[in-house]
Write a protein that binds this ligand. Structure first.
Ligand code: PRP
Ligand code: URA
Length: 208
């Protein structure tokens, strides 16, 4: 099992603003994008490298470069779009997929309404982006879909994780590393993360 919290002072600083109830929707989206860029950068820290010759203005050198094409970026709608915005800034050449899931507010079970995945998942692997890991139902369902589509190498990147969601995801998909910006205390009776940041999709898009 692999669950880790990204250890970065700038990330913690941005999280303070993201959590703040006074942060308006446009700023929330921008901060979510910045956090997406940081998480993707951290997730790719140990990507295999090779070298290629590069001609600087002065001489030719062998320079390290990524050995493989970048993973597919897959956003869980809606709130994953906020993370995707920043992920694309650091990996503009990565193909993009979308998985639409919405949680029933009473049963807390996710239901799927859309799946659009690009070719190449089998060879590239995927970074799955969803800010909130609450009960874990949505993350498990999204990873089920990716595996059914032939994707074997998956990393799950989230902003706020609840212990309940981490336990459920690790039990269902022990092969999928989880990288979070923060691990919070618990879920409340309505399945919201405490202290959390509220409803990520609503805050991102100004809905209620
Ligand atoms: C939120 C969030 C996750 C899910 C997490 O989405 O973005 O996808 O809840 O909850 P879980 O771990 O208990 O499944 P939501 O269903 O609210 O949809 P939205 O992004 O469209 O608002
Ligand atoms: N989804 C959210 O957007 N926020 C939570 O706290 C839990 C699920």
């Amino acid at each position: 099992m692999s669950f880790s919290v990204c250890d970065h002072a700038l990330l913690r600083h941005r999280m303070a603003s993201l959590r703040d109830r006074a942060t308006p929707s446009n700023a929330f989206r921008e901060i979510l994008a910045e956090i997406g860029a940081i998480l993707v950068t951290e997730a790719l820290r140990a990507q295999p490298e090779t070298t290629r010759p590069v001609a600087t203005p002065l001489e030719i050198m062998e320079h390290p470069v990524l050995a493989c094409p970048p993973p597919v970026l897959v956003a869980v709608l809606r709130a994953g779009l906020g993370l995707l915005e920043g992920a694309r800034r650091v990996l503009p050449e990565a193909p993009i997929g979308h998985i639409g899931l919405v949680r029933d507010e009473t049963t807390l079970k996710p239901s799927g309404y859309l799946q659009r995945l690009p070719p190449g998942l089998e060879t590239r692997g995927a970074l799955l982006l969803d800010p909130m890991l609450a009960t874990g139902g949505s993350a498990v369902a999204a990873i089920d879909q990716l595996k059914s589509a032939g994707c074997a190498r998956i990393q799950f990147l989230c902003v706020v994780a609840a212990p309940e969601g981490v336990a459920r995801l690790v039990a269902a998909h022990p092969d999928v590393p989880i990288l979070a910006a923060a691990l919070d205390r618990e879920l409340d009776a309505r399945g919201y993360i405490l202290p959390g940041l509220g409803d990520a999709g609503d805050r991102c898009f100004g809905t209620e």
